[in-house]
Design a binder for this molecule. Structure first.
Ligand SMILES: [Zn+2]
Length: 73
């Protein structure tokens, strides 16, 4: 039983470690015209249709997005 628990903890640790690296660094809001760090506290539904993932800040600005005032990307 103890082995199962350790395996479970290892799985969670792996999940926590891997997840941020899979997420895009920036999310642009096509409704507001602003872009955010993907972990910005103002983003409640990062998978919503109006959020577009970006890998770089320059790409957001090149597409006309303005940096969010809360997370200051
Ligand atoms: Zn933000």
């Amino acid at each position: 039983m103890k082995k199962v628990f350790v395996a479970f903890l290892a799985l969670i640790a792996l999940f926590v470690f891997v997840t941020p690296t899979l997420a895009s660094t920036y999310l642009a809001n096509t409704k507001s015209g602003k872009f955010h760090f993907s972990d910005c506290r103002t983003i409640k539904h990062p998978n919503a249709a109006h959020f577009v993932p970006y890998e770089s800040r320059d790409a957001c600005i090149a597409d006309g997005y303005v940096p969010c005032g809360v997370c200051n990307p």
